[in-house]
Design a protein around this ligand. Structure first.
Ligand code: ADP
Ligand code: MG
Length: 213
């Protein structure tokens, strides 16, 4: 089971991972866009952390919605509304509950990723965050179908996200600011996909008990 405690620890672990990689995310965005991605997500997650104590006793849906609304209001840029949508849709699937099965988590993430696709109109292969998030959801769905243990399923999702992230280097961007760079962006990893990997890996680390308490 994925508990509310796991969700709170995951938000913390994800925030720490973004803080540790903020400069790298900025550099990746500088190669393809305007160089603000790391600073922007870092600012968004700092605002989230300041609100967590006031909402930590509520259900998982309320916590995830708060995260989404905060990212939308604080981040701006292209990724703010998209990551906000991801969390808000995940919150919609997890309303009123304080525990999630692997299947529930998978469906929540799927709803979030569907929300990003609906809002941003990007597809897999466009060199965006979707190139890491979509394979992660597919890995989770396969693991659910095989009744794989939750820690193993989450690590497979993280491996899929990492692979997808690295594959974005070979792609030509078709969405957002990176599409103006076009062919010249080949060789660079998409920062949104790099962030997606941190998001997915943090969950695997927390549930697999690989981060401190
Ligand atoms: P900008 O500075 O151009 O406003 P950000 O730096 O906030 O954008 O975010 C850039 C990231 O947003 C990209 O790395 C990419 O992963 C993601 N992105 C851009 N457009 C889309 C889209 N239509 N759908 C999904 N993700 C997108
Ligand atoms: Mg940018």
């Amino acid at each position: 089971m994925i508990t509310r405690e796991h969700i709170l620890k995951w938000l913390d672990a994800y925030t720490q991972a973004v803080n540790a990689h903020a400069d790298e995310l900025n550099r990746l965005d500088a190669a393809l866009g305007d160089g603000d991605f790391g600073a922007s997500i870092q600012r968004g997650l700092a605002a989230v952390q300041s609100k967590v104590p006031s909402i930590a006793e509520q259900d998982i849906g309320a916590i995830l919605k708060m995260v989404g609304m905060t990212l939308v209001s604080v981040m701006g840029g292209t990724s703010g509304p998209l990551l906000g949508t991801l969390f808000i849709q995940m919150g919609g699937k997890t309303q009123g509950v304080t525990e999630l099965s692997l299947c529930d988590w998978t469906e929540a993430l799927r709803a979030g990723v569907d929300g990003v696709m609906a809002r941003g109109k990007a597809q897999i292969g466009d060199k965006t965050m979707l190139d890491a998030f979509v394979p992660a959801v597919e890995a989770l769905r396969a693991a659910v179908a095989q009744s794989a243990p939750v820690e193993i399923a989450l690590q497979r999702a993280a491996d899929a996200a990492k692979f997808g992230r690295d594959e974005t280097a070979r792609l030509v961007a078709r969405k957002g600011r990176a599409s103006y760079v076009g062919e010249r962006g080949v060789g660079s990893i998409d920062p949104g996909a790099a962030n997606a990997y941190l998001f997915i890996q943090a969950m695997a680390d927390v549930v697999g008990d690989k981060v401190g308490n």
